[in-house]
Design a protein around this ligand. Structure first.
Ligand SMILES: Nc1ncnc2c1ncn2[C@@H]1O[C@H](COP(=O)(O)OP(=O)(O)OP(=O)(O)O)[C@@H](O)[C@H]1O
Length: 261
C-alpha cells in the first residue's frame, strides 16, 4: 500500500514511501499542532489498522477536525510524524459540491487523468443516487447531497475514508439511513474509516473502536465488540453508551425500558 509520510514542515520533505502489506494504515507519533502558540494537539499517538472503523469523540473545540485535516493532508504545519495511505478521501459535514457542475461531474472532481463518466455512475449507484446523476447540486436534498459527497469519496478507492460529522446536518430519519449506508459501504469496501462525530450513539453503532480526545491527546479508548448490525435496545449497547457519555462528562439520559429490564 502506498503511504504518505507527513513530517514537520521544517523536517524532511513531504514525500512517499512504499510499505507493502502493512496492517497499520494510519500511524501517528508525537503529533503536535499549535495555533498562536497554543497546542491543540499535543504529542498525540494513534494507530488505525487496515479495515478498522474508528470513531472520534470529544468536546467541541478539542481538536477532532484539526486531527482529521492533518490526516487528510490538508494541514501540514505539524510536529511529529503522520503516516497515512496515499489513497484516502474525505467527506465533510457540508457536502461542498460545485454548483455549476452536474452531480456526476462533481463526483469526478479532482480525480487524476480523464476518468470516464461510468466511474461516477458506479459510485452513484453504490450510494443509491443514480437517478440524480444529471441533476444540479442545488436541486438535491440534504441527504442526497451527502450521498453525492460520499460517492465523490468512493471513486478515489480509498484505503482510508475520513468522515467529519457527515451526518450532522441531516434530519433524524435521513441520518439513520445515511449511517446504514456508511456501514454497508464500509463492510463492502473494507477500507479503514475514521469518523468524527458528536453523537455517542452513532459512534457505538458504527465503530470497532471509539476514541475520546481531550487535552490534545487520545484520552480514552473503548473497543466495541458487539455483533453487527447493532441493536440500540441491547443492554450492552446502552452500557457502552453510558460509559462513553460519562467519559465525556455528560449525564446519561434516563434508561429506556429495555435497559432497565
Ligand atoms: N486555522 C485555525 N486558526 C486558529 N485556531 C484554530 C484554527 N483551526 C482550529 N483552531 C482552533 O483549534 C481548536 C480545535 O478546533 P477543531 O475544529 O479541531 O475542534 P473540534 O473538536 O473539531 O470542534 P467541534 O466539535 O466544535 O467541531 C479550537 O479552539 C479552534 O478554535
Amino acid at each position: 500500500m502506498a503511504t504518505d509520510v507527513h513530517r514537520p514542515v521544517t523536517g524532511a520533505p513531504h514525500g512517499g514511501e512504499t510499505v507493502s502489506q502493512h496492517p497499520t494504515v494510519v500511524r501517528v507519533d508525537g503529533l503536535t499542532r499549535a495555533f498562536d502558540g497554543r497546542p491543540v494537539i499535543d504529542r498525540l499517538q494513534l494507530d488505525v489498522q487496515a479495515g478498522e472503523f474508528v470513531a472520534l469523540l470529544g468536546r467541541s473545540g478539542c481538536g477532532k477536525s484539526t486531527l482529521l485535516r492533518i490526516l487528510a493532508g490538508l494541514d501540514r504545519d505539524i510536529e511529529g510524524t503522520v503516516l497515512v495511505p496515499r489513497r484516502k478521501a474525505v467527506a465533510f459535514q457540508a457536502p461542498r459540491l460545485m454548483p455549476w457542475k452536474r452531480v456526476w461531474r462533481n463526483v469526478l472532481l479532482g480525480l487524476p487523468g480523464r476518468p470516464e463518466r461510468a466511474v461516477a455512475e458506479r459510485a452513484l449507484e453504490e450510494v443509491g443516487l443514480s437517478h440524480r446523476s444529471q441533476a444540479w447540486p442545488k436541486t438535491l436534498s440534504g441527504g442526497e447531497a451527502q450521498r453525492a459527497s460520499l460517492a465523490r469519496a468512493l471513486v478515489r478507492e480509498p484505503d482510508l475514508l475520513l468522515l467529519d460529522e457527515p451526518f450532522g446536518a441531516l434530519d433524524a430519519l435521513t441520518r439513520v439511513k445515511a449511517q446504514r449506508l456508511v456501514d454497508e459501504l464500509w463492510q463492502r469496501r473494507g477500507c479503514a474509516v475514521l469518523l468524527v462525530t458528536h453523537d455517542v450513539e452513532e459512534a457505538v453503532l458504527l465503530a470497532d473502536r471509539v476514541l475520546v480526545m481531550d487535552d490534545g491527546v487520545i484520552a480514552h479508548e473503548q473497543r466495541i465488540d458487539l455483533p453487527r448490525p447493532r441493536d440500540i435496545a441491547d443492554p450492552r449497547f446502552a452500557a457502552l453508551r453510558t460509559g462513553l457519555l460519562e467519559r465525556l462528562g455528560v449525564e446519561a439520559p434516563a434508561a429506556p425500558a429495555a435497559e432497565a429490564a
